[in-house]
Ligand binder design. Sequence first.
Ligand SMILES: *[C@@H]1O[C@H](CO)[C@@H](O)[C@H](O)[C@H]1NC(C)=O
Ligand SMILES: *[C@@H]1O[C@H](CO)[C@@H](O)[C@H](O)[C@H]1NC(C)=O
Ligand SMILES: *[C@@H]1O[C@H](CO)[C@@H](O)[C@H](O)[C@H]1NC(C)=O
Ligand SMILES: *[C@@H]1O[C@H](CO)[C@@H](O)[C@H](O)[C@H]1NC(C)=O
Ligand SMILES: *[C@@H]1O[C@H](CO)[C@@H](O)[C@H](O)[C@H]1NC(C)=O
Length: 424
Amino acid sequence: MGRIKINVVLLIILKLFLVGTTTGEETYENDRQIDELCSSYTYKSVKPLLDYFRQVRNELDQSEIKEKHTSEINADLMIKYHEIVGIHEKLMKEAFQLDEYKNQIIRKENDLQLCQSKVDKLESEINSQQTTINLNWFHCLHLSDKSNKLEICEDQLKKLNSSVIEKDEKISGYSATIQNITEHQKTISLKLEERQTMLFKKDKDIEICHAEIIKLNRSYLNKMNSSSCLPFEEYPGVHEIKVSGVGSFDVLCDSQLAGPGWIVIQQRIGGKENFTRDWATYRKGFGSMDSDFFLGLEKMYRLTSLQQYELYIHLVTLSGSIFYARYDDFKISDEDNGYALSLGTFRGNIENTMRDSDKMKFTTFDRDNDASSDNCAVWFNSGWWYNNCFKCNLNGLYGKDLVWWSETANYLKEAKMLIRPKDE
Ligand SMILES: *[C@@H]1O[C@H](CO)[C@@H](O)[C@H](O)[C@H]1NC(C)=O
Ligand SMILES: *[C@@H]1O[C@H](CO)[C@@H](O)[C@H](O)[C@H]1NC(C)=O
Ligand SMILES: *[C@@H]1O[C@H](CO)[C@@H](O)[C@H](O)[C@H]1NC(C)=O
Ligand SMILES: *[C@@H]1O[C@H](CO)[C@@H](O)[C@H](O)[C@H]1NC(C)=O
Ligand SMILES: *[C@@H]1O[C@H](CO)[C@@H](O)[C@H](O)[C@H]1NC(C)=O
């Protein structure tokens, strides 16, 4: 519509411009005729006027020419105007058609836009579907992969299952065997227990039997009328011996301190016995063989009068050092001679201290046979073969006067006197 308006205004302006125009050729011809006319006059006087006329006429001519020109042009223009109008009309028509086209185009454009948007929408839908499809595809691939794996897994599981079942069967077989074995074991262990109790019984029987044999052997040995511990070499402990003059009596036999067959005649191992005794008691003997005791002077005299005896003295100092002193001809005289002591030759790993008592009679608080002006037995609450009292006092008060004076041992916690028939 805008374009049509502009064209109408342009045509009106053209029409106004074309009114009153002439041609220029006529003006030139007039000027030449006027110049020829004037040549006859006094040129000098007329000349300016003539120029002036000429100028005016030129001007007039020119305007005439212009007018003529203008009219010509006007006519021309009119033709052209009409042409233009025709063209204009044509243009108008075409513009209208153009408008129509334009509208159509606009409509179509709208349609196109609508279509485009639809297409876009569809495209986006398609895209989204594509992605879902792609996803699904991926999923599917994945799933198929997994299903393959699953199949493999199932296969493996089946194999495992079958092997497990096989093993189960084996295990149940084994467990049956184990049960059988266990039961077998039970019966065996029961039998073993029975055998053990039987064995235990038999052991006890054997023990009893053994004790019986020992008893029998002892009584048999005792019936041999032995006068020493020599036959009891295998059986240390208390045994009955028979000695002419005193008859049968118990003695303690020792086979450990200095070889087999020793009779223990005196023992101090715990201080549980009272050694402050009178003559009669020392004559008879006192104490307990599992503790401290003195065998008795009369028995010692009777034993040692039968044959030669050796004496072994075992000494343990307070600090625990062990010593021994041996005399090879131990003899006790009869009571009339005061149970006097004879020792023989000394041998040992300690000083020959007891030599001081050699040949001395026995002294008790009620019978003084010592070399002292006083009674050593009273002084020292004991009975011993005192000289001018003593250099050793194995019957001395336990923990006070139980001594063996020497460089290596003095106070004692243990003392034992043992005798054995001397080998010829
Ligand atoms: C294993 O095998 C037994 C017997 O064939 C069956 O009952 C069971 O379901 C199987 N188990 C599996 C996990 O396959
Ligand atoms: C159990 O053991 C006995 C003897 O050892 C055998 O005779 C028997 O066959 C076994 N039974 C089983 C079930 O293994
Ligand atoms: C032991 O002495 C008794 C009598 O005192 C006597 O009958 C017996 O025969 C003696 N035994 C032996 C083996 O000498
Ligand atoms: C009995 O004692 C003697 C002497 O000690 C010994 O030789 C003998 O083997 C003993 N007998 C038995 C059965 O112990
Ligand atoms: C030991 O015996 C004597 C007489 O036998 C007695 O006088 C004394 O009191 C007794 N000593 C102890 C500690 O029992």
